[in-house]
Design a protein around this ligand. Structure first.
Ligand SMILES: Nc1ncnc2c1ncn2[C@@H]1O[C@H](COP(=O)(O)OP(=O)(O)O)[C@@H](O)[C@H]1O
Ligand SMILES: [Mg+2]
Length: 246
């Protein structure tokens, strides 16, 4: 089993899907309780990089370590039990709200499910559903908005309480009102964990402890927000494009 808090290291990680090289020699380190943001143009390999930590794929060269141990030495179950994921594609099951929040946690206490929902800013909308926590999502036209689905996913991660957290474009496709509540819930979730943040909106990476910028399979720039802006390189250009699109 992993320790309650965990640091992450990538050593010369190369990865290709069939013949398409995606990552070429990635080195990175995230210390316990720190956040690392991964930035770069669409299709550059940000999701691939975090998928490698979850072992959806293994790198062809190099290795990934948690607390100095190669992640291939953990069982998949133990590895994934220690990593929470909130991504753009939230998978909800055709089951109750309670079951959806509990997914990934063994025998959760209902009080803890409620606590997680409150922290995730989800309690208000859940209580307005026909059967509150017992409402079956997907049944009789019960559908949730993008922001509500995100908050269910955040409650799920809070309940699971993993030492490592991955946020992959967790606030994309939300209107700015939902983005604010989801962002607040995410900040609550990030507390005290080691976090990898993939964000297409640079505003969500500004507070990260460290930022890496990927281009053509490599880390081309890294540092903190202000240092990267001062470099007037790719990070600066991505920032300008986004400011213009607003
Ligand atoms: N399952 C897959 N099989 C083959 N190619 C993939 C797969 N997933 C992603 N890719 C390709 O790998 C590259 C990186 O994708 P991805 O990691 O999703 O980028 P990002 O998250 O930065 O937008 C893209 O060219 C994408 O088309
Ligand atoms: Mg992606």
């Amino acid at each position: 089993m992993l320790k309650p808090k965990s640091n992450i290291t990538f050593e010369r990680v190369h990865f290709a899907y069939e013949c398409e090289n995606v990552l070429r020699g990635i080195d990175l380190k995230v210390n316990v309780g720190q956040s690392l943001a991964i930035v770069g143009p669409s299709g550059v390999g940000k999701t691939t990089l975090v998928d490698l930590l979850l072992r959806f794929y293994d790198p062809q060269q190099g290795r990934i370590l948690i607390d100095g141990i190669d992640i291939r030495e953990f069982s998949l179950k133990s590895l994934r039990q220690n990593i929470g994921l909130v991504s753009q594609e939230i998978i909800l099951f055709n089951d109750t709200v309670k079951a959806n929040i509990s997914y990934g946690t063994l025998k959760p206490d209902f009080d803890d499910v409620i606590k997680a929902a409150v922290k995730a800013n989800a309690q208000d909308f859940i209580l307005k559903l026909p059967n509150a926590y017992d409402t079956v999502i997907g049944e009789r036209g019960i559908t949730l908005s993008g922001g509500q689905r995100q908050r269910i996913a955040i409650a799920r991660a809070l309940l699971k309480n993993p030492p490592i957290l991955i946020l992959d474009e967790a606030t994309s496709h939300l209107d700015s009102a939902s983005e604010r509540v989801v962002q607040d819930a995410l900040e609550e979730l990030m507390q005290g964990r080691t976090v990898l943040i993939v964000a297409h909106r640079l505003s969500t990476v500004q507070n990260a402890d460290h930022i890496i910028v990927l281009d053509r399979g490599e880390i081309v720039e890294q540092g903190r927000h202000k240092e990267l802006l001062d470099k007037k390189g790719l990070y600066f250009r991505l920032h300008q494009i986004q400011a213009r699109d607003k």
